[in-house]
Design a protein around this ligand. Structure first.
Ligand SMILES: C[C@H](N)C(=O)N[C@@H](Cc1c[nH]cn1)C(=O)O
Ligand SMILES: [Zn+2]
Ligand SMILES: [Zn+2]
Length: 476
């Protein structure tokens, strides 16, 4: 049978089973596998088991790798979720593809402003709302659905597959780097390609392939003033308050133009070369749609090239929150005794995590010295992940481009991603092979945000691209 004929059968099979795929995603979204919430760790374990059972039902050999414990800020220890290592096929004559994805999700609560229950997949107008629908349960399940479709069609699978599915990605992939290093000469030996579907198109219509990611350095600034919370009427004006110190420090990190104010932070940023500047001009990107997706009236930069460069090739600093601060309704007149400020810096070529860590420590120390405060202040790099860049002309990218054209009838844009997938560089280094980012979600999916969703059309077309990608990559 020609590959065109098989693709027709594959696409029909997938289309005919749309309902089953939505139900499967719904079952996965119903497990609130939030890696950042320590009390939800059993749910993360449940998600690992759910996925393991699904994989085993497809004949994938699954091994669970123990990656140790996580040490929490209060000193307590928590077991890290096992990493799923799956092996599907072991034919020496076939190429071997590693598929990486994650099963954990960002926190979500209705009170954050969701229109629906975050852990109940809700279909409305062709969109599937739910936490993890696009990031990253939908794409992970898509890979598995495709394997099932090949089986049901009695079609030999074109490649061997090795799965690495973790459940701490949203917390910096704790434990995974050491595991991959230990697997270099065993599980990861003899692989040919690595593919990751855990990112988003640049727009809503046009598919893309991605060859770059920003890295991330996530910091905690810990300030402790007293042994207990205090009455602001009795003690206000007489003591150095933890929150006042913390806000003073946090307000010195970034200016109103998004420029990071930490001395030396831009020193290692790669210079923009004329060839690189040209790339941005050719990319399809709608600035107005971007503002609308963000729900803002105005972005800092106005032109397409500048916005893309500030997403992909310049660092940014975001203030995320303050643990321990009063954030309830009403007017509690408390002086919090202990607060932890959280911020992250997205890093780009050629910034080094160790340098960033030192510069941040120095900056906080300098600001605090000027404040004459007796409070205990410490800075901690909670987690760090490197930036990553690959060669978009590699044959694996050519294979994925062909697959995209077969399904979407259009050449994908070659883009980068402003977010981070901390383990990507480790895969490249430990396998010595090309890594491809194959996004199937749309730019307005709202990963990490309220009302995260995955379009049914992206789910269905994403599986078709994956199905054809396996054939194309088997040939290169
Ligand atoms: C792009 C990917 N789907 C993602 O959302 N990555 C996270 C990774 C992370 C690192 N620390 C916390 N989360 C991100 O870019 O924020
Ligand atoms: Zn995410
Ligand atoms: Zn993700």
């Amino acid at each position: 049978m020609s590959s065109e004929d098989f693709n027709k059968r594959l696409f029909k099979y997938l289309d005919d089973h749309q309902k089953d795929y939505i139900q499967r995603l719904s079952d996965a979204v119903a497990i609130p596998s939030v890696s950042a919430w320590p009390d939800h760790r059993p749910e993360v374990f449940r998600m690992v088991q759910w996925t393991k059972s699904f994989m085993e039902s497809l004949g994938i050999a699954v091994e669970l790798a123990d990656v140790g414990e996580q040490k929490l800020a209060d000193g307590t220890k928590l077991k890290l979720p096992d990493v799923i290592l799956g092996t599907y096929g072991n034919d020496k004559l076939k190429k071997t593809v590693v598929i990486y994805g994650h099963l954990d999700v960002q926190p979500a609560q209705v009170s954050d402003g969701w229109d629906t229950e975050p852990f109940v997949l809700t279909e409305k107008n062709g969109k599937l709302y739910g936490r993890g629908s696009t990031d990253d349960k939908g794409p992970v399940i898509s890979w598995l659905n495709v394997i099932e479709a090949y089986q049901k069609l009695n079609e030999p699978f074109p490649v061997n597959v090795k799965f690495v599915l973790e459940s701490m990605e949203e917390y910096g992939s704790e434990g995974l780097e050491d595991l991959l290093k230990s697997l270099k000469n065993t599980f990861l030996s003899g692989v040919d390609y690595v593919v990751i579907s855990d990112s988003y198109w640049l727009g809503k219509e046009k598919p893309c392939l991605q060859y770059g990611l920003r890295g991330i350095c996530y910091f905690f600034i810990d300030v402790e003033s007293s042994t207990k919370d205090l009455h602001s009427g009795c003690f206000g004006g007489t003591i150095h308050e933890a929150m006042t110190d913390l806000i003073a420090v946090m307000s010195t990190l970034v200016d109103d133009q998004g420029r990071i104010l930490i001395d030396g932070i831009y020193d290692e940023v790669a210079q923009l070369l004329p060839e690189e500047a040209e790339i941005y001009k050719r990319i399809t990107f709608d600035v107005k749609a971007y503002s609308a997706e963000a729900g803002v009236d105005k972005t800092i930069q106005q032109d397409k090239e500048q916005i893309l460069m500030h997403r992909w090739r310049y660092p940014s600093l975001t203030l995320h929150g303050i643990q321990g601060a009063f954030d309830g309704v009403g007017c509690k007149t408390v002086i919090p005794r202990h607060v932890i400020g959280k911020f992250s810096i997205r890093i780009v070529p050629n910034m080094k995590i160790a340098t960033i860590e030192k510069l941040v420590e120095k900056h906080v120390k300098n600001v605090m010295e000027k404040r004459n405060s007796p409070n205990k202040v410490s800075v901690k790099l909670e987690h760090g992940g490197d930036y990553w860049l690959a060669d978009p002309n590699h044959p694996q990218y050519v294979a994925a481009r062909r697959a995209t054209v077969v399904v979407h009838g259009i050449e994908p844009d070659l883009t980068r991603e402003g977010g981070s997938i901390p383990i990507t560089l480790t895969f490249q280094e430990q396998t010595g092979k090309n890594v491809l980012l194959l996004p199937i979600g749309a730019s307005d999916d709202g990963a990490h945000s309220q009302n995260e969703k995955f379009d049914v059309s992206n789910y269905m077309n994403g599986m078709k691209v994956m199905g054809v990608y396996f054939q194309e990559v088997a040939r290169v």
